[in-house]
Design a protein around this ligand. Structure first.
Ligand SMILES: CC(C)(COP(=O)(O)OP(=O)(O)OC[C@H]1O[C@@H](n2cnc3c(N)ncnc32)[C@H](O)[C@@H]1OP(=O)(O)O)[C@@H](O)C(=O)NCCC(=O)NCCS
Length: 194
């Protein structure tokens, strides 16, 4: 059974009309990716990172994800990268290899227009193809309405709150956990050989 993504997403035809492309990232996208993440680190609570990583560090993170046969996508609007999303194992220990955590970031001017929804839907589909059975969202800040909204829109359910786990911008921040089964989820054992 395939992942059931809500059917009110814009079609790829209308995405083309709007000039939106969701595609695998390339090394040439790394500067744009780093700039998008830098804004989130410096001004947002969705990530608890407080020091902006260099482009070389973002390249290292991307290589790790791709090396695990997991997706790192970008969203282009009018030929400009406006967002990215990737998935990595929730934790490195082997038993977690069917459980991925998503990360998704858009440039500030591109938020709230449906782009996150398109990126996350494509990420989920590709993770399912890669054999993942669960996707977790580890959402920084219980007031992060954009992240809570995009995950809820794609069928994620709340699975817990870690109260005041972070301290950023001189305030305590919760972590909200949300979870979505992919494909057969836990109704069957993972593919043999995976
Ligand atoms: C989180 C993020 C990727 C979401 O992408 P987005 O393009 O802004 O979200 P969308 O426009 O696709 O909205 C998806 C759903 O969330 C809802 N939503 C989005 N922003 C919202 C807000 N501020 N308040 C309430 N609901 C919101 C939308 O209504 C939509 O639901 P619907 O389709 O049922 O109407 C984006 O806002 C972002 O980059 N935020 C900063 C970085 C961040 O916090 N990343 C997540 C780290 S955990």
């Amino acid at each position: 059974m395939s992942t059931q993504i809500p059917n009110n997403l814009p079609s790829s035809a209308s995405n083309q009309t709007l000039g939106i492309t969701i595609r695998p990232s390339t090394e040439a996208d790394l500067h744009a990716i780093q700039a998008i993440y830098a804004a989130a680190v410096l001004h947002g609570t969705g990530t608890f990172e407080t020091e902006v990583p260099e482009v070389s560090e973002m390249a290292r993170r991307r290589s790790e994800v791709l090396g695990r046969q997991l997706p790192w996508l970008v969203a282009e609007v009018g030929g400009q990268v406006q967002g990215y999303a990737y998935a990595n194992y929730f934790r490195p220990r082997l038993a977690y290899r069917f459980c991925v955590e998503d990360s998704i970031y858009l440039a500030p001017g591109s938020q709230g227009q449906g782009l996150g929804r398109l990126l996350l839907a494509e990420l989920m589909a590709r993770c399912e193809q890669a054999g993942a059975r669960q996707m977790l969202a580890v959402i920084g800040d219980s007031q992060n309405l954009g992240s809570l909204g995009v995950h809820k829109a794609l069928g994620f359910e709340h699975s817990g709150v870690l109260k005041s786990a972070g301290w950023k911008f001189d305030r305590w921040l919760d972590v909200v956990m949300m979870q979505r089964q992919l494909g057969q989820g836990d109704r069957a054992a993972p593919e043999q050989g995976a």
